[in-house]
Write a protein that binds this ligand. Structure first.
Ligand code: F6P
Length: 545
């Protein structure tokens, strides 16, 4: 595999950056009146304005040439058609098959994966329908009012984020809670006020071997059995979502109450399949299918649109542009929607577990920087916390602003709808970040000379604005698919395997090795290093052991 940084396209971008770095967005806008029109793209229900980026038509031409050099078109086809592009695990990468329309066959490794997907979706919808209708009852015959999803990482963040985003669509009087952390505070707090007779646990784990999930599930099972007084209650109150039927059975959950998926779905790409069971119970099978249609719309766009008008391709290339040519370390994601409060956390796993790699797919070390650090908070809260650094700090932090035109609530204060105030803030921020305010403008307002430098707003800070009519199951699906494919584009340019996550394994093994040293009364045995050994001793002392 040739190193992309040695390509003429990479060098051309580096040379171009040296020129463009000295130019301000104010100039780029002044020089090009047609800029906004040309730098706005739509994909399904999503509208992206990327005109406030430090790019020109030439930059885009060069970035697209880089994508061609990296073979992006072929890689997209390889993913959609089920080639084993997850090379380190020798697996296909087919989360896009989770949202294929019924009847559209896709045969991979001799198996019609689309038929498998729809068989599971139909079973999920049937089960969710029974729970929602009160036909699936608990052990004492009462209907279910709370679903507790026990899972972590991809088996938590996706459904938890989507449930919060779509809770207005939860129309069956069933609420969801999500337990993930092995900190007992999580499960103890979440179970405290629950009625065991009306609680259903969804134990969600791709591998069914994850310490946090199995530990929390055991605690939940004990809680239930103690309160209902019978082991037999478990089968009415526990269902599983997993790829591993054997371990589900070992745990004591009837595999008739298990919803499966496959090793070609990465954990962080899985909530549009069986991992979304809790969400489906809350919002119903129909709304869940609308969400899948939103995913699919972006899949089709990604596969077919020319790169110049392809939203995930453009956003991915912009990520590479700032990461590798401007030295940006992070990307802020700023949803102007309280309902998307967990979206940045969800994106952190999606993007950083995927692209936080320092070797290429062929095992050679990468030369360029990879893996943007994603972070963020909903607007306007972030404005009163960290935006100061975005506006006047020394670091370049490209940011994605996400806004919606139609609110769920319409309170108005002093004649102005609150939602319009929210949106005004979004627009004001992107404008201030791009264009800033000069010393002359500030001095002209009568600001004392000594204060002027403190008030200068440099501007030239790049942002994307994604505008959507309303947050719905469908548009949420589209937003998630957009970022899934952004990750893919970046990973392809960097030549890495975006679908494994070996870096999380060592810590898991070491924690299991260390646990006995923390819990026993024996002198601590072998610990990995002197600092950790001292900390083990200190911890035991503080615990009185
Ligand atoms: O440790 C990381 C990870 O493997 C993630 O990739 C995954 O989403 C999470 O753990 C949970 O894994 P599982 O669904 O197998 O419990």
């Amino acid at each position: 595999m040739a190193d992309i940084t040695e390509s003429p396209e990479w060098s051309a971008l580096a040379e171009h950056q040296a020129v463009l770095a000295g130019r301000h967005l104010r100039e780029l806008f002044a020089d090009d009146p047609g800029r906004v029109g040309r730098m706005t793209v739509t994909a399904g229900d999503l509208r992206l304005d990327y005109s406030k980026h430090r790019v020109t038509a030439e930059t885009l031409r060069l970035l697209v040439a880089l994508a061609e050099r990296a073979g992006l078109r072929g890689r997209i086809e390889a993913m959609f058609s089920g080639e084993h592009i997850n090379v380190s695990e020798d697996r296909a990468v087919l989360h896009t098959a989770l949202r294929l329309p019924p009847g559209e066959a896709l045969t991979v490794d001799g198996q019609d994966v689309s038929a498998d997907v729809h068989a599971v979706l139909d079973r999920m919808a049937e089960f969710a329908g029974r729970v929602r209708a009160g036909e699936w009852t608990g052990f004492t015959g009462k209907s279910i009012t709370t679903v507790v999803n026990i899972g972590i990482g991809g088996s938590d963040l996706g459904p938890a984020m989507a449930y919060e985003a779509l809770h207005d669509y939860a129309d069956a009087g069933i609420s969801c809670r999500f337990v993930s952390n092995i900190d007992p505070a999580d499960i103890v707090g979440k179970l405290a006020d629950l009625d065991p007779e009306r609680t259903l646990f969804v134990v969600a784990s791709k591998t069914f071997g994850t310490l946090e999930t199995l530990t929390n599930a055991k605690v939940a099972r004990r809680w239930l059995v103690e309160r209902l007084g019978d082991d037999k209650a478990v089968s009415r109150h526990f269902v599983a979502v997993s790829t591993n039927a054997e371990r589900v059975a070992e745990f004591g959950i009837d595999t008739a109450n298990m919803f499966g998926f496959w090793d070609w779905v990465g954990g962080r790409y899985s909530f549009d399949g069986a991992i979304g069971l809790a969400l489906m119970i809350a919002i119903g099978g129909e709304a869940f299918r609308e969400m899948l249609a939103g995913f699919r719309e972006i899949d089709e766009h990604f596969r077919a649109a020319p790169f110049e008008a392809n939203m995930p391709v453009l956003m991915g290339l912009l990520g590479v542009w700032y990461t590798d040519f401007f030295g940006a370390q992070t990307r802020a994601v700023l949803p102007y929607s309280q309902r998307l409060a967990r979206f940045p956390a969800y994106l952190q796993q999606l993007t950083m577990e995927s692209n936080g790699k320092s070797v290429r797919a062929d095992g050679a070390p990468v030369v360029a920087q990879t893996g943007e650090i994603f972070w963020g908070e909903p607007g306007t809260n972030g404005q009163h916390a960290f935006y100061q650094l975005l506006h006047q700090g020394t670091r370049l932090v490209p940011a994605d602003f996400i806004g919606f035109a139609e609110p769920f609530e319409e309170p108005a204060v002093d004649g102005t709808a609150m939602h319009d105030l929210l949106t005004a803030n979004l627009l004001a921020q992107t404008s201030a970040l791009a264009f800033g305010k000069t010393a002359e403008e500030i001095a002209a307002e009568g600001t004392p000379a000594a204060v002027v430098p403190h008030k200068v707003m440099p501007g030239n800070r790049p942002t994307s604005t994604i505008l959507v009519r309303k947050l719905t199951p469908k548009t949420l699906g589209s937003l998630v698919a957009l970022y899934e494919h952004v990750v893919f584009v970046e990973g392809t340019i960097w030549g890495i395997d975006s679908f494994d996550q070996w870096g999380v394994e060592l810590g898991k093994v070491m924690a299991m090795d260390l646990a006995p040293a923390l819990t026993s009364d024996e002198p601590p045995g072998e610990t990995p290093d002197p600092s950790t050994a001292a900390l083990v001793r200190a911890y035991r002392e503080l615990r009185g052991r």
